[in-house]
Design a protein around this ligand. Sequence first.
Ligand code: HEM
Length: 139
Amino acid sequence: MLWIKALHIVFVVTWFAALFYLPRLFVYHAMLEPADTAGNERFKVMERKLYRGIMTPSAVLAIGFGTWLWLGYGFGGGWLHAKLAVVAALVAYHLWCGRLLADFARNRNKRRHVWFRWFNEAPVLLLLAAVILAVVKPF
Ligand code: HEM
């Protein structure tokens, strides 16, 4: 079981690395001068590779190994149910990032960098909640 938990935590870390980095790219992408077409194309490539190459595979593996722990070793309790609600919010945030990435890819983003700076803070709160629930198991 410890190998499964170790892999679970590794992919949670890589998932969060991307969940923190992609919205930060959106902040700087939204600050670009409209005339900077080279910069615009460069951000599109970086965002697409991060989302498809790291963020999504990490989410699938983190959730896969977590589910293996949950169902394979009979974990349960209020902490896990609350944690699954946090994971559902994380998946919704992940998919929202995918929508925002598509807006930038089609040059249809209307949001300003300040909005993305606030948007970038949400995963911090979700990380705090998930780790406290998983380690402390308060209920
Ligand atoms: C569907 C998704 C997930 C499921 C089913 C799941 C399930 C589990 C289970 C059953 C454990 C073992 C608990 C124990 O050994 O005491 C665990 C450990 C852990 N999970 Fe998840 N998890 C999921 C997603 C996440 C996410 C998104 C995070 C993000 C921070 C996370 C962080 C952790 C941590 C830090 C541990 C180690 C806890 C410890 O060893 O005390 N998990 N997870």
